[in-house]
Design a binder for this molecule. Structure first.
Ligand code: MF3
Ligand code: CO
Length: 291
């Protein structure tokens, strides 16, 4: 018995199309790279069109919640207020905030101000003030599917140095998006992100990266933004992952608060910024599904 499908047979995926017009090119690419020993994603993590539709529903909530935050954030509010908004606006739309209870995380969103790199815990006593830069990292579960994105907000007038950091990190993400190309290693994307940050004299956090997302909050691959060209997992159409570099104005070194177990800060106390999008690898690049 042979499992080999003829070019004119119906595709194995159930589309009803002939194999040659459907998954044959995909299978050839995958098999060739597998034989070459390349790192490839597990097929079960690849998103089919119907999966993408479901995940996009979670993304729509995630983005609406961030839009809400963008409209209301201002000097004088507490980060707990942001947590309340995120919780209420997510639940109102039928979603669940993914961070709440995730590995013991106590709140519904991460709020990371100035030298806080990521995983800041919202608090009643932490009040946003003019000149702060803050990352709000929102993740949503909807119908069992996961969305993840984060944005930076400048509170009132911020210093030109902070403003440039925030702008350049956004550019880093845009450059990363441009470097998502099917059948190429993901290290090419991370390398391009790193280059842009370095050109501006910034450093990129090494220990914490991005991740696959969609069926779970955090899936393979782990994604570095300090990677070498030609390294890492092959980007395969149907893969979904985040581009979320943490970029420091000063050195790359970070430390984690032992008291709360979460808050990550820069070693030198200088500001850090992060933007996060989720992309879907396509046949000719990628589609940004969450921002
Ligand atoms: N949203 C973060 C990410 O981009 C994950 C935060 S984990 C949490 O991966 F528990 F702190 F929410
Ligand atoms: Co993420």
């Amino acid at each position: 018995m042979s499992l080999k499908i003829g070019r004119n047979d119906p595709c194995w995926c159930g589309s009803g199309k002939k194999y040659k017009y459907c998954h044959q090119a995909f299978d050839n690419h995958y098999e060739l790279l597998r034989q070459q020993g390349a790192a490839l994603p597990q097929p079960m993590l690849l998103k089919k069109p119907e999966d993408v539709e479901k995940i996009k529903e979670a993304c729509a909530i995630n983005m609406a919640v961030l839009d809400y935050v963008a409209e209301h954030i201002a000097a004088g509010i507490s980060t707990q207020q942001i947590d309340d908004w995120v919780h209420e606006e997510t639940v109102r739309r039928g979603g669940i905030p993914a961070p709440l209870g995730y590995e013991g995380f106590p709140k519904s969103v991460c709020t990371s101000i100035n030298e806080v790199v990521c995983h800041g815990i919202p608090s009643e006593t932490e009040i946003l003030k003019e000149g702060d830069i803050v990352n709000v990292d929102v993740s949503t579960i909807y119908n069992g599917y996961f969305a993840d994105s984060s944005r930076m907000f400048c509170i009132g007038q911020v210093s030109p140095e902070k403003e440039e950091l925030v702008r350049v990190v956004k550019e880093c993400v845009e450059i990363g998006i441009q470097h998502v190309k099917p059948w190429e290693p993901i290290g090419n994307m991370g390398h391009a992100v790193h280059q842009h940050a370095k050109e501006h004299g910034y450093s990129v956090v090494r220990e914490i990266g991005g991740h696959g997302v969609g069926f779970e909050f955090h899936e393979d691959p782990w994604v570095s933004y300090t990677s070498e060209e030609g390294s890492g997992m092959i980007m395969v159409p149907g893969m979904m992952f985040t581009i979320e570099p943490m970029v420091n104005m000063g050195g790359a070194a970070i430390w984690t608060d032992e008291e709360d177990g979460w808050t990550v800060r820069t070693e030198d106390g200088l500001p850090s910024a992060q933007w996060e999008v989720t992309v879907l690898v396509t046949d000719d690049g990628c589609e940004v599904v969450c921002w």
